[in-house]
Write a protein that binds this ligand. Structure first.
Ligand SMILES: Nc1ncnc2c1ncn2[C@@H]1O[C@H](COP(=O)(O)OP(=O)(O)OP(=O)(O)O)[C@@H](O)[C@H]1O
Ligand SMILES: [Mg+2]
Length: 412
């Protein structure tokens, strides 16, 4: 009998001592470079312990800037202090990416306050006003201060409008023996533009912006996390610096940096290395890019795929800064070869804008003299990804088009 196939991996030494330190939900006990943001939250929320109502707040910042982790940290400390002082404080964290209707938000909070003997509130079916009434009764039954965190609040407003925020920010006028405070979190800085003026002014009584981390700040975060999660002396020179620099050059995303470090360590583990080194980080970076970009490539609609295919074909032939005219020529040629009706040049121009927005190409306007303007494009897909094969694998017509011969403009 062969040995069990799991045995080889099971016994293997790992550079991780605690993998959970790299989970997205991990809550570190220190939050370097977020002291100012922690203070701002504390200064406002302390009112919950003083018998006052904290202001509603809106927290903004790019993805991975620590909004969620900082809020959780401050609230857990607040709840501890409330318990110690005998001041009842309750907090609810609603992720509005999953819970994105008025009914479900209210149902979720009210259900967290249910006591033995309460009728369960169904996930759908009651009139929304009845759920809201139930929430108010249950909050008053508990008394104290209720802090409702609406994380990724922009999703809720996009899906359900601002009516729910109107109701929630109005609760303090209805509650008799309890108080409530709303904290909205968003990575869309222009989020309040989607709100009516009344809701907007009630919700953003205090705004707090989380600025993107710089490379040096991300380094401190990674070093702390490496101490918790990795064996001592397992990180080679330059590794933390490289992870931080790569993440900072995107938009200062600490989550991205932590992912890069985690995958780099996995790569070193897989190779049986005792030390993580910069080439592992490079491998991790291309894996992350691959995992991010290929699903986007695969799910593009047919004509988007054909346009991107045409750009790549020209680039592989040595052309850079490809004119829209040239893209259209190759695209029409490809359509002809696979018997697909081509879209008009105007439509292709808007497809190019969409590809630009998705970050798959870079388009720039160039002046052509006498006031004429035209656009030039280059693909922006990371170099390690084979665009044409990825497109072909997911779309038989592109595969067919890629087997044809094209008369392409040569390098100028
Ligand atoms: N100052 C910090 N110290 C330690 N870890 C941090 C710090 N800031 C962020 N992190 C870590 O980075 C990751 C992303 O942070 P978080 O989830 O709070 O970002 P976010 O601003 O809520 O992003 P998003 O807008 O995408 O929800 C988490 O794993 C978190 O633990
Ligand atoms: Mg978050």
């Amino acid at each position: 009998m062969e040995r069990n196939i799991f045995e080889k991996i099971l016994g293997q030494e790992s550079l991780f001592i605690d993998r959970r330190a790299f989970d997205h939900a991990f809550e570190p006990d220190k939050l370097p470079h977020r002291g100012g943001e922690v203070d701002a939250l504390v200064r406002n929320l302390v009112d919950a312990l003083n018998g006052h109502i904290p202001s509603n707040m809106l927290l903004y910042g790019v993805p991975g800037s620590g909004k969620t982790v900082v809020t959780r940290y401050v609230l857990s400390q607040l709840l501890d202090k409330g318990e110690e002082l005998g001041e009842p404080v309750f907090s609810y964290e609603i992720n509005c990416r999953n819970i994105d209707t008025k009914y479900r938000v209210v149902q979720n909070i009210a259900s967290q306050l249910s006591q033995r003997g309460d009728a369960p509130i169904p996930f759908t079916g009651w009139p929304t006003d009845r759920v809201l009434d139930t929430l108010v009764k249950r909050m008053d039954r508990e008394g104290g201060v209720h802090i409702i965190v609406l994380d990724e609040i922009d999703n809720l407003v996009a899906r359900a409008g601002d009516g729910i925020l109107y109701n929630l920010t109005n609760l303090n006028t209805i509650l008799k023996s309890s108080r409530c405070c709303i904290i909205g979190i968003s990575n869309d800085l222009h989020f309040t533009q989607h709100l009516g003026p009344r809701v907007s002014s009630r919700l953003s009584q205090e705004d707090l912006v989380f600025h993107p981390y710089g490379a040096a700040q991300i380094q401190d975060i990674l070093e702390d996390r490496a101490k918790t999660g990795l064996r001592q002396n397992s990180i080679g020179n330059g590794v933390i610096e490289l992870c931080s620099a790569l993440a900072a050059s995107e938009h200062g995303d600490a989550r991205r940096a932590l992912d890069l470090l985690r995958i780099s360590v996995q790569k070193a583990d897989q190779e049986g290395h005792e030390l993580v080194s910069p080439p592992h980080v490079r491998l991790a970076q291309s894996q992350l890019e691959y995992d991010q970009v290929t699903p986007v490539l695969r799910t593009l609609p047919l004509h988007q795929k054909l346009v991107l295919f045409s750009i790549k074909l020209n680039e592989e032939n040595g052309l850079r800064n490809i004119s829209t005219g040239e893209v259209f020529r190759t695209y029409s040629d490809a359509c002809l070869k696979i018997s697909v009706e081509p879209l008009t040049p105007r439509r292709i121009s808007s497809l190019l804008n969409e590809l630009d927005t998705l970050g798959l190409i870079m388009a720039r306007n160039v002046s052509k003299g006498r006031g004429g303007r035209s656009k030039q494009v280059n693909s922006a897909v990371p170099r390690g990804i084979d665009v044409i094969s990825t497109l072909s694998d997911s779309e038989a017509l592109v595969a067919q088009a890629s087997e044809e011969k094209y008369a392409l403009q040569s390098r100028l």
